[in-house]
Design a protein around this ligand. Structure first.
Ligand code: PMV
Length: 327
């Protein structure tokens, strides 16, 4: 039983969004969701359980977190300690591999990597379903980052039944996601706060539950058939309908900024000019554009003119969790 382990997990972009919890403690979602794991953005995390420590010690990108900022990591490690025979505190060293100040750092890759490294360092041998369930307890979207490619999160109804399942793990479809960095700063309204406000106050929330069921039913066969247009139309409409929940909440709010709206307009212009591409975005202003590899050059050229080349990042389908120091 080793006391140290290192894991790498990639972030994912939801094509059918998770937006709302049914159980806020266990992080059971209101609906299913579906994502694509991306190769460009990932987190490497090393966990060492050490009897000499008097508290969990968490270092992210070279910076030691205060006890307050490390609360979520500490709570997560408590779960791992409960499930294993390890009682000692741990040192957690985590590095986010995202382009500098990209604002694309994601709790999905962070908690998936932490779940992998902490469980292995604690001597637990979890299969990927169990790992997905564990990652879910840190951040909902992390449940999908255990797997590569297209991944569905089965909402389930309790801790045992809520986990990610790969739909197509090795993606042999020449598609890409072009990420635009429109604002590198931290989001003001966390996804945690935002989604609960939508569940509790948006009169459209019941419609959203039906939309997700319909979109999952449409997008899964379209992915399997590599039907680019159906996948694109479904993900763009799903994203806009999720964001309609923020505008219809009380008090209302939005993750869009002016550049977000300008970039959406450019996507429409590209489409009108015959470059088929579709956008989505999460709890922040940065647009992600789903496209075919043959159109990457035209899309990056247009957005580099608009926002600068450093703010345009091309990603492809990425792999599931990897253990970097398998003993
Ligand atoms: O995992 P969380 O709690 O950060 O929530 C993620 C929410 C969205 O990114 C907006 C949608 C999703 O399915 O990833």
């Amino acid at each position: 039983m080793t006391a140290t382990a290192t894991a790498r997990a990639h972030t994912n972009i939801a094509l059918v969004k998770y937006w709302g919890k049914a159980d806020t403690d266990l992080i059971i979602p209101q609906t299913g969701s579906l994502s694509l794991t991306l190769d460009q953005f990932y987190t490497d995390t090393t966990v060492t359980f050490d009897e000499g420590l008097t508290a969990d010690d968490v270092i992210v990108n070279g910076e030691r977190l205060s006890a307050q900022r490390a609360t979520k990591v500490h709570n997560f490690l408590n779960l791992v300690r409960q499930q294993s025979s390890r009682a000692s505190f741990a040192r957690v060293t985590s590095v986010n591999h995202v382009p500098t100040a990209a604002g694309l750092a994601s709790s999905a890759s962070a908690f998936a990597a932490l779940a992998g490294a902490a469980s292995q360092a604690a001597g637990l041998t979890l299969d990927r379903t169990a790992l997905s369930r564990l990652a879910r307890r840190g951040s909902g979207s992390a449940t999908r980052s255990i797997f590569g490619g297209f991944v569905e999160w089965h909402a389930g109804h309790d801790d045992l039944s809520s986990y990610g399942v790969p739909l197509v793990e090795k993606v042999e479809w020449p598609i890409a996601v072009v990420a635009l960095v429109l604002d590198p700063h931290h989001k003001k309204i966390s996804s945690r706060q935002g989604m609960q406000s939508s569940v509790n106050t948006s009169p459209f929330y019941p419609a959203w539950q039906q939309i997700v069921a319909d979109d999952l039913a449409a997008i899964k066969p379209a992915i399997l058939a590599q039907d680019f247009t159906t996948v694109g139309e479904t993900l763009e409409s799903n994203a806009m309908r999720m964001h309609a929940l923020t505008l219809s909440a009380w008090p209302p709010y939005s993750y869009f900024n002016g550049d977000t709206l300008a970039a959406m307009q450019t996507v429409k212009e590209l489409r009108a000019a015959g470059v088929e591409c579709y956008y989505t975005l999460d709890a922040g202003p940065n647009l992600k554009i789903f496209c075919q590899n043959s159109d990457i050059a035209a899309i990056t050229k247009r957005f580099s003119q608009q926002f600068g080349g450093d703010n345009v990042i091309v990603a492809h389908p990425g792999p599931g969790i990897q253990f970097l120091d398998e003993a």
